[in-house]
Design a protein around this ligand. Structure first.
Ligand SMILES: [Zn+2]
Ligand SMILES: [Zn+2]
Ligand SMILES: [Zn+2]
Length: 253
């Protein structure tokens, strides 16, 4: 299984527009962060988690030519608004792409992308997707078992996903006990961590370290990072086995 970090940044991206801080002005490519998303490839199947607002440039950078399914964590703009840019993959493969999300995500997709579901606009102008509402039960994509992992993002109930020994949990401010039970024996954990200070809807670095020490994955990478996190400075301060993700990072299991 190969995991590619398509984007490792928080909702604004890094650099933050107009900001003159040292991270935003940094020349280190690991401090340039597009919006959070990952691509998972296993046995000829590619699964995309979220269509970030930077999806097009991420997919061009990584040479993405086919996606079998899209898993949505939640419907915030940074995770969803690249959806229209999957159209070239529809043209190329002449088929729609199955998309999965919880009830609220599916409802927001239908509102925010209402043109996809209306009969009024024909032709190549709309993405072709088949949208499936998922609950807590595991389901299969091309015989790959996908387990939704419920998380709290402030007061919003969102989903992380576990596939084999890999789990992707972004935008979480707390992990329910029942979800910790679903995260045992992980090889790779990619976990959201925004900044040093506590935030109402995202783990701080300290909270993410605490959660990662409870989950005890083989290796853990933090993602959805803000502009207060200088890659080299912060990574040096992390416990063994915990790293900072960066755009283009590839992790193999
Ligand atoms: Zn986000
Ligand atoms: Zn900045
Ligand atoms: Zn969010």
């Amino acid at each position: 299984m190969k995991i590619t970090i398509l984007g490792s940044g928080t909702s604004t991206g890094v650099p933050l527009l107009g900001c003159l801080c040292s991270v935003c002005k940094s020349q280190n490519p690991k401090n340039k962060r597009t919006r959070a998303s990952v691509l998972l490839e296993t046995g000829g199947t590619s699964i995309l988690i979220d269509t970030s607002v930077d999806f097009r440039s991420q997919a061009l950078r990584e040479n993405v030519r086919e996606i079998q399914a899209i898993l949505y964590t939640h419907a915030h703009a940074d995770h969803l608004l690249g959806l229209d840019d999957i159209r070239p993959l529809n043209f190329l493969h002449k088929k729609s792409i199955p998309c999965y999300g919880n009830a609220q995500t599916v409802s927001h997709i239908k509102t925010l992308f209402s043109y996809i579901f209306s009969d009024t606009q024909e032709g190549g102008g709309k993405p072709r997707i088949s949208l499936t509402e998922i609950g807590m039960d595991p389901f299969e994509i091309s015989r790959i078992l996908v387990r939704p992992v419920p998380l709290w993002h402030g007061s919003l109930s969102i989903l992380g996903y576990r596939i084999g020994g890999f789990a992707y949990l972004t935008d979480c401010s707390s992990i329910p006990e029942e979800s910790f039970a679903m995260l045992q024996d992980l090889d790779i954990l990619v976990l959201g961590a925004l900044r040093q200070r506590v935030h109402p809807t995202h783990f701080s670095i300290g909270q993410a370290i605490e959660a990662s020490q409870k989950i005890k994955a083989g290796r853990t990478w933090f993602t959805h990072l803000g502009h207060e996190i200088d890659h080299d400075v912060f990574e040096a301060s992390l416990p063994p086995g915990v790293f900072l993700a960066y755009d283009g990072l590839k992790i193999e299991i």
